[in-house]
Design a protein. Structure first.
Length: 299
């Protein structure tokens, strides 16, 4: 290839995140013979019959998803694929896998998951069609491992990407579709009032132990702002707080939590705090401590 064609080729690949169509290369002057040689040399690596990846481009979910969108123009990328391309969202930090996911009928010879999602909404970013963030959440809840899916559900509700009403509507709309049973299961979990997997585990632990007299997400006015308690026994004024399975605290978060806890104590609350390890490895001790604290308080 001459310098001009080489420059145009690399510019095209840069604009398309390291991917090109064979037809695009032919249009800018790359001959089939030259392209075959470049593939043999490893400069271009085929993703499909029509899409090539430039050497050095990461072979990750985002790249594979873009390649799928280029191979099938107009296909709606959803679930893990759309999450990988959107980036920041309630799925941040969750393992999304490596298999692209799109709405549509299965296509032979394409390493991707094709799902049915009637009513999916989409928008275009560059040349790729992505499901809306709310519909991306729905498909993550359907197809991610259940623990990861629950984490996404909690975050999506907390950040108002979806509402409980939207999840209920989706469960009805997708009834009998693939992943519908898991979607219903997660809807039951997040509908318990818990705001995280750790809170859900605490709620289930209290119920299985027959502990009553508590509520979730109680809002307590403080001298500065409002504290939302994970679990509260209102009359004896006992608050039970839990740290999530992936809980990490930077200096500002540490200070904020301690200030909030001190304010609750000044307002007459007794605060019990448990970790994920407490809930999973020492559940009997958690129940013992809660019962002992609640029975010791006047109320």
């Amino acid at each position: 290839m001459n310098d001009t064609v080489t420059s145009r080729t690399l510019d095209l690949a840069a604009r398309q995140k390291g991917l090109v169509l064979r037809a695009q290369l032919y249009e800018i002057g790359v001959s089939p013979r030259t392209l075959r040689r470049r593939i043999a040399e490893g400069l271009w690596q085929p993703y499909s019959r029509s899409v090539l990846r430039l050497r050095g481009t990461p072979d990750d979910l985002a790249t594979r998803s873009r390649a799928l969108g280029m191979h099938l123009p107009g296909v709606v990328l959803t679930g893990p694929s759309a999450a990988a391309l959107i980036g920041t969202g309630p799925w941040l930090g969750v393992a999304l896998g490596t298999r692209p996911c799109a709405v549509g009928r299965p296509r032979p010879g394409i390493a991707a998951r094709f799902v049915t999602h009637p009513g999916v909404r989409s928008h275009t970013i560059a040349t790729w069609r992505l499901a809306s963030s709310a519909d991306v959440v729905i498909d993550l809840l359907r197809f991610l491992p259940v623990a990861d899916a629950r984490s996404v559900a909690y975050r999506a509700l907390q950040t108002h990407v979806v509402s409980l009403g939207f999840l209920h509507e989706a469960a009805l709309r997708l009834n009998r579709r693939a992943g519908a049973a898991q979607l219903r299961r997660i809807l039951v979990d997040v509908g318990s009032g818990a705001r995280s997997e750790a809170e859900l585990r605490l709620v289930k632990l209290l119920r299985s132990a027959g502990v009553t007299g508590w509520v979730t997400n109680l809002q307590v006015p403080l001298s500065r702002g409002v504290a939302v308690l994970d679990v509260a026994f209102v009359e004896p004024r006992v608050a039970v707080e839990v740290d999530g399975r992936a809980w990490h605290s930077d200096e500002s978060r540490f200070q904020s939590d301690r200030s909030r806890q001190n304010a609750l104590v000044r307002a007459g609350w007794t605060v019990l705090r448990f970790t994920w390890e407490d809930l999973t490895q020492r559940p009997e001790r958690v129940i013992h401590d809660i019962r002992a604290c609640v029975s010791a308080q006047p109320g």
